[in-house]
Write a protein that binds this ligand. Structure first.
Ligand SMILES: C[S@@+](CC[C@H](N)C(=O)[O-])C[C@H]1O[C@@H](n2cnc3c(N)ncnc32)[C@H](O)[C@@H]1O
Length: 228
């Protein structure tokens, strides 16, 4: 096969197969995560937690950073919160929907003192200023709260992350398309974040299967580190 064929756009059609091959070889069985997904589905939560491979990335990142404290905005049933906790962090996770919060409390029960999950009911923009007023700082902040208030969540995340710590803003590419912000010269939450001198950052584009759409989805996240 030629290099051109190896890099062909058509290969995106096989993104699902590549992800499945990678998942089969790289992911290990995890009864707590499996139970979390089953219990979340049984309670009617939508299948929108991070995909298993993306979750594994978050887990590896937590360990690589040595993160002991993680703040998450958008808990759903607690799938990603469990990954942060199992990677060794104490997790504060914020969920606006009381029904989802109750499922997450159930799913995250029984973790140890050093990696327990505190599921706070409220919106990110209510809870983040409160945490900042308490002087809280986190090693890592993960923002995964639908396509809303990206800049505002990111701004608070910078204030709540220790110097050298890390922020992940998920679903950036999908949000840009959702809000019709993909045009030459277009101002957006991404360009605003891009001008933020408090952080260094990169957009990591992804193509992955998603249970809600039949074809592989083009998405991506911003990873940023707060300057020392
Ligand atoms: C994509 S899901 C989170 C998935 C979760 N991080 C995981 O991977 O398991 C988004 C969640 O954010 C919650 N949410 C939406 N807007 C929010 C906000 N402003 N503050 C807190 N939670 C919010 C939704 O109710 C939903 O449960």
């Amino acid at each position: 096969m030629s290099i051109e064929a190896a890099l062909s756009f058509d290969n995106f059609h096989k993104a699902g197969l590549v992800e499945s091959l990678a998942s089969q070889s790289m992911l290990r069985p995890n009864p707590r995560l499996e139970q979390c997904l089953a219990n979340s589905a049984a309670h009617g939560l939508p299948p929108i937690s991070v995909r298993p491979m993306a979750g594994q990335f978050l887990s590896v990142l937590t360990q690589a950073l040595g993160a002991k404290t993680v703040l998450e905005i958008g808990t759903l049933g607690g799938y990603s919160a469990i990954l942060f906790a199992e990677a060794g962090a104490k997790v504060t996770t914020v969920e606006i929907d009381p029904a989802a919060r109750a499922v997450a409390v159930d799913n995250t029960a029984g973790l140890g003192e050093d990696n327990k999950v505190d599921v706070v009911l409220g919106s990110g923009l209510e809870v983040m200023p409160r945490l900042a007023a308490e002087g809280r700082k986190f090693d890592m902040v993960f923002i995964d709260a639908h396509f809303d208030d990206e800049w505002e969540h990111f701004d608070w995340a910078v204030k709540l992350t220790r110097p050298g710590g890390c922020i992940i803003l998920d679903d950036v590419v999908a949000a840009l398309f959702y809000k019709d912000l993909v045009h030459e010269g277009q101002e957006s939450f991404m360009t605003r974040i891009g001008r933020d001198e408090r952080v260094r950052m990169a957009l990591v584009p992804t193509v992955a299967v998603h249970p809600m759409v039949p074809t592989p989805a083009f998405n991506g996240f911003i990873v940023a580190t707060v300057k020392e």
